[in-house]
Ligand binder design. Structure first.
Ligand code: 5GP
Ligand code: ZN
Length: 116
């Protein structure tokens, strides 16, 4: 399941460079190009799914893996104990700009609520 026009599929294939910090059998984690916190990492599945809800319907268990990987990144980055945020922006009004499922892992500073 690959979309040839998808930016994150290209990162998975190595066609677009990224600072990959963790690679699993089904997931890849890399630093966001425009970080919004001291730790801002994107965790994506290797397979193309447009968003989290679609992945939940079509690939049971995949989101568990994405969240597990995000937690492992938080541990490795030293932000797990203080706390962090996992965000799945979904759809245009939800702030989604890349339509390949990704978990934002944000940490390393106090995170306001509600978000903007
Ligand atoms: P969204 O707005 O879809 O929830 O998040 C997309 C994220 O991808 C944004 O935070 C944006 O900074 C990041 N991004 C967009 N293009 C690239 C890229 O080429 N490389 C990396 N590492 N991150 C990107
Ligand atoms: Zn994709």
């Amino acid at each position: 399941m690959v979309d040839p026009d998808c930016l994150f599929c290209k990162i998975v294939k190595g066609e677009v460079p990224a600072e990959i910090i963790r690679a699993g059998e089904r997931t890849v984690a890399f630093r966001d190009i425009n970080p919004q916190a001291p730790t801002h990492v994107l965790v994506i599945p290797r397979d193309h799914h447009p968003d989290a809800a679609s992945a939940a319907v079509h690939d049971s268990g995949l989101l568990d893996e994405v969240v597990r990987e995000a937690h492992e990144v938080a541990v490795a980055e030293g932000v797990a104990e203080a706390g962090y945020r996992i965000v799945f922006n979904t759809g245009v009004a939800g702030g989604q700009t890349v339509f390949h499922l990704h978990a934002h892992l944000l940490g390393g500073r106090g995170l306001d609520w509600p978000p903007g």
